[in-house]
Design a protein around this ligand. Structure first.
Ligand SMILES: [Zn+2]
Length: 265
């Protein structure tokens, strides 16, 4: 059975059990597809390639929303198409490639090393505002929340926002703690995404469940802003997403970063 499920006209999602990771495929008008963040195990990527063939879709291009290991993967089963990311994301990947590659090997081993990141992604400079491919217009929304050169994608014709690692219902906001003002970057990113609200129908986070409609969109933005406020102000954080141990650990790291000590229990 195909893992590709259609969530909007010409927009498909394939979800992995690992981190509830979502890969997105946008269909063009001539059996062509834009493959976004294919993830996350080798088996997942090969299955995605098989599902694309069954759907008679040829990969025209790939896109990575940001430079974290689980968003820059590729497999020959997906074809030999050009792959894109923002220029800032690729610079970040080049700077941290060895650490990311090691993390990939630890969590999801077996991916072809020569297809991982460096030299395989074509940078899209700041003056490019759309993904270069022949299908529906896909707008680039660049910001610095979560990772340098992070880009959400907005498909205007269907009102679909592909969020990258933002607006998850299962993960708290994970900040780029190497930035000079990670909280401002994150709030700016959320504000940028919120600008599509009048046209939004569906939003797809990199991890978690697909969101439908403006009410859920605003709810998730609000939940993330509330988390950021409590983190900054040193308030006890009651976010239900912290019930997962690795996210509690990430929260502890973020708390210590801003307050210089562990969160009081
Ligand atoms: Zn990420």
């Amino acid at each position: 059975m195909s893992r590709l499920r259609i969530v909007a006209p010409r927009v498909y999602v394939a979800s992995s059990l690992l981190y509830l990771t979502n890969s997105v495929v946008i269909e063009g008008s001539s059996h062509n597809g834009l493959v976004i963040d294919p993830a996350v195990t080798v088996k997942d990527l090969i299955s995605l390639g098989i599902d694309l063939r069954k759907a008679e879709l040829r990969t025209e291009a790939g896109f990575s929303t940001h430079a974290h290991w689980d968003h820059v993967l590729w497999n020959p089963a997906l074809g030999n198409a050009p792959r894109y990311a923002t220029d800032s994301a690729i610079q970040s990947l080049q700077a941290h490639r060895d650490a990311m590659f090691a993390e990939m090997v630890r969590v999801a081993p077996g991916h072809p090393p020569d297809l991982f990141g460096r030299g395989r992604l074509t940078p899209l400079p700041p003056e490019m505002h759309c993904v270069p491919w022949s299908g529906p217009l896909v707008q680039l929304m660049r910001h610095s929340a979560h990772a340098p050169g992070h880009a959400a994608l907005f498909v205007q014709e269907s009102g679909v926002l592909i969020c990258g690692d933002m607006l998850s219902d299962v993960e708290i906001p994970l900040l780029d703690l190497t930035a000079s003002d990670p909280l401002k970057d994150y709030r700016d990113g959320l504000h940028l995404l919120s600008t599509v609200d009048p046209e939004l129908r569906i939003f797809i986070p990199g991890h978690g469940h697909v969101g439908y409609g403006n009410k859920e969109f605003q709810y998730r933005i609000g939940a993330d802003l509330k988390y950021l406020d409590s983190l900054e102000e040193g308030l006890t954080c009651t976010d239900s997403r912290l019930s997962v141990p690795w996210l509690q650990a990430e929260h502890n790291t973020q708390w210590s970063h801003f307050h210089g000590h562990n969160e009081p229990k």
